[in-house]
Design a protein around this ligand. Structure first.
Ligand code: ADP
Ligand code: MG
Length: 694
């Protein structure tokens, strides 16, 4: 008989709520801070209240009835001796009705409205008036369904007594940013959970109060410390030293030099600079973790190829991983075109490969015969064994999670060595984010486009003028150009986007009968996708209608028009990426952002901001900065947030001075007070890390 493991008692709803919020340790609760506060310390007399006041009143219920006046509602009359007030509830539980029975003495808190039928409060908060008034402000915590404020308040208060709250930052370090060294962390937290009623509430709510400054500084410090620690831990790891040697077997120049000589163009100054940064890292015996960022079309692929050439020249294998098969294939073709003539053997690995082909590729990779491996996630699967992988390049890194990066790193198991990692992104990371969330990486930036590009003219056009847009496509085709038409991916329903794209495809086919019009959607088999892409890439297909915004890296220089339907539904970075598909050749290119207001009279605020930003700027960094402003870091970071706990309190834009302080202090603390540093990291991030593993 298998032994049955005793199962833990089921969690109560509030316990589940705590777990959902990641509030496991006393310190997690102590650091779970109020969103705002309510002042329940005073009761006012009804005769003294003015219309519109937010007030707490106390009195005896003199009437309580459920009436049907258009809508079912509970009407309660409260008499405080000075006057009466009607409390009105449109939704209520029997328990509430009971608590408000005639004769009960209660406190009601809400906005007083003086109507023609007398004073009233809509949906006030009700408490039994059975104890003294609270002495401090009442904290309101962020919570989830099933976890009531009262329960949360109780456990937080309890945790404040249990949590280890000794200061980890010495007073002299706090003085540097004008923080009150007289306040300990314990006092800071006690204050924020139970502020005195005379505090200026606004300074608590906008987090400008010194106690909040102190806390945000600590939070940023924890982030900097953990990233610095990760960076130092990496410096202790070994990686193959990748250098080109001038002594080649056949007396040829080194591979990178031959690649450069064979390219049909010269590198831009920015490409040269970042290539040198990468080459310097590769020549070190510790693994590189470098992020290569550059706007769409800035030419990251050739920089990746050069890094690969250094690696291969030194006798090691290089892998390039892309998030989709189409992107991977595009890289594959480009790299083969560049490197195979120079004698580099390449392998190709994807999920949709036939078993036989795949086996052949795996053999090439395992034997080391293939020096360059290009593919999708298939590359990091367990069965894929490299002979000697020394450099892993990840395109569009934000589409890959931490787990996948770790898997790549584990592909070299020789004597505690790890491969070098080069991550590429076309979504530039704003400076503040780079300094905080990405502080564990080195960043190289291509801040210049190859010469000869003409800027893309961007227009925002109402969907009502669709016909004019179709005419524009016709004009482009007559000139021998091609166009993209992108339909939005509707996440709740793949079927719906298909309908949308299919309709657009039919409409365009009818309007432009002599033009080949293709359709690419997310659920098509890969082989079909590839066939469609091939027709578009070789110029036979005039228009490509697509829902797969995924394939952002496609490179068809002859395409000069990008139409984005329902542009209001796309994120700013996505729009920018899509626009980057055109304007790759010398021809004048355009991007049309079609919008539809749906049933409403006008677009929402955020959507309008996004479209406006697209017209105003082409600069990927500016776009990224605005995107961060509109969306906040949570969404911006995407997959990365699963690995790095998000900042809860600090605001990168508002708190840049605190961030700078934390950056300065982190190395000092790690060097001189390693124990406190560790304690600080565990305090702030420990619970979250364990929680993520669970
Ligand atoms: P991205 O950074 O978006 O990945 P790509 O690497 O796809 O950009 O490059 C965009 C296009 O520009 C490609 O066709 C590429 O061959 C070309 N290109 C890259 N570098 C240069 C350069 N220095 N001069 C001219 N064209 C270049
Ligand atoms: Mg690219």
């Amino acid at each position: 008989m298998p032994e049955s493991t005793p199962s833990a008692p089921p969690l109560s709803a509030p316990q589940k709520g705590l777990r959902k919020l990641g509030l496991l340790r006393p310190i997690d609760l102590a650091l779970h801070l109020p969103l705002r506060y309510e002042d329940e310390t005073r009761v006012v007399r009804l005769v003294d209240v003015r219309d519109g006041d937010l007030a707490q009143i106390e009195g005896v219920v003199s009437a309580c009835e459920v009436v049907q006046r258009g809508q079912r509602q509970l009407l309660v009359t409260l008499d405080d001796g000075s006057d009466t007030c009607t409390l009105r509830f449109f939704s209520f539980y029997p328990s509430q009705q009971k608590a408000l029975a005639v004769g009960k003495r209660v406190r009601a808190r809400g906005e007083i409205r003086g109507g023609f039928l007398g004073r009233q409060m809509m949906h006030p908060t009700i408490k039994a008036a059975d104890g003294p008034l609270p002495k401090g402000l009442t904290p309101i915590y962020p919570t989830v369904a099933g976890l009531p404020q009262a329960y949360l308040r109780r456990v937080v208060q309890g945790a404040l007594g249990q949590a280890e709250l000794a200061d980890t930052v010495a007073p002299e370090h706090l003085a540097g940013i004008g923080l009150q060294p007289a306040w300990t962390l314990r006092q800071t937290l006690l204050f924020l959970h139970n502020p005195a009623p005379d505090v200026a509430l606004a300074t608590l709510e906008d987090h400008s109060h010194p106690a909040w400054q102190r806390l945000k500084a600590e939070e940023l410090l924890a982030q900097q410390l953990s990233q610095l620690q990760a960076r130092r831990a990496r410096a202790d790891l070994r990686a193959p030293v990748l250098k080109t040697s001038p002594l080649q077997a056949k007396g040829d120049p080194p591979l990178p030099e031959r690649l450069l000589a064979a390219l049909p163009f010269a590198l831009t100054a920015a490409q040269r600079r970042v290539s040198e940064e990468i080459a310097r890292d590769l020549a070190l015996a510790a693994p590189m973790h470098r992020l290569l960022q550059g706007d769409v079309g800035s030419g990251k692929t050739v920089v990746a190829a050069l890094a690969g050439a250094i690696c291969i020249d030194a006798g090691w294998q290089c892998a390039l991983m892309a998030p989709t098969e189409i992107l991977a294939e595009q890289h594959f073709r480009k790299l083969i075109g560049w490197l195979e003539p120079l004698g580099v053997k390449t392998a190709w690995l994807t999920g949709s490969q036939k078993a036989k082909e795949r086996r052949a590729m795996l053999a090439l990779i395992a034997s080391g015969e293939a020096a360059l491996v290009v593919g999708t996630h298939a590359i990091i699967q367990d069965r894929v064994e490299f002979r000697n992988l020394a450099l892993a390049i990840v395109d569009e890194q934000h589409r890959f999670g931490v787990a996948q990066r770790l898997a790549l790193r584990s592909k070299l198991n020789e004597g505690r060595q790890e491969p070098h990692l080069l991550m590429m992104t076309a979504t530039p990371i704003p400076r503040t984010l780079a300094m905080s969330y990405y502080a564990d990486l080195d960043v190289s930036t291509i801040d210049q486009l190859p010469p000869g590009r003409t800027p893309v003219v961007t227009r925002v056009v109402s969907d009502a003028r669709r016909d004019e847009v179709i005419e524009r496509i016709r004009a482009q085709i007559v000139q021998g150009r091609q166009a993209y038409w992108v339909c939005p991916l509707i996440e709740e329903s793949e079927a719906l986007d298909l309908v949308n794209a299919t309709q657009t495809h039919a409409q365009l086919s009818a309007a432009l009968p002599s033009v080949m019009i293709g359709l690419l959607h997310s659920r098509m088999p890969v082989a079909e996708k590839k066939a469609v892409m091939a027709l578009f890439a070789n110029g036979q297909m005039g228009v490509l209608v697509s829902t797969t915004v995924i394939e952002v890296g496609v490179d068809v220089a002859n395409a000069s028009l990008m139409v984005i339907e329902h542009a209001e539904r796309f994120g700013l970075s996505q729009l920018h990426q899509l626009r980057g598909r055109v304007g790759r050749g010398a021809a004048a290119s355009a991007c049309v952002l079609l919008f539809s207001t749906g049933d409403g009279p006008r677009l929402g605020e955020a959507a309008r901001e996004r479209l406006k930003a697209m017209v105003q700027t082409h600069d990927g960094f500016e776009i990224a900065r605005r995107d961060l402003e509109i969306r906040g870091p949570g969404e911006f970071l995407g997959a990365r947030q699963s690995g790095a706990a998000l900042l809860r309190f600090a605001d990168l834009a508002a708190d840049s001075a605190l961030l700078a302080w934390a950056r300065r202090l982190a190395p000092l603390l790690l060097d001189r007070h390693p124990l406190q540093a560790q304690q600080h990291i565990t305090r702030w991030l420990g619970g979250k890390l364990e929680y993520l593993k669970a």
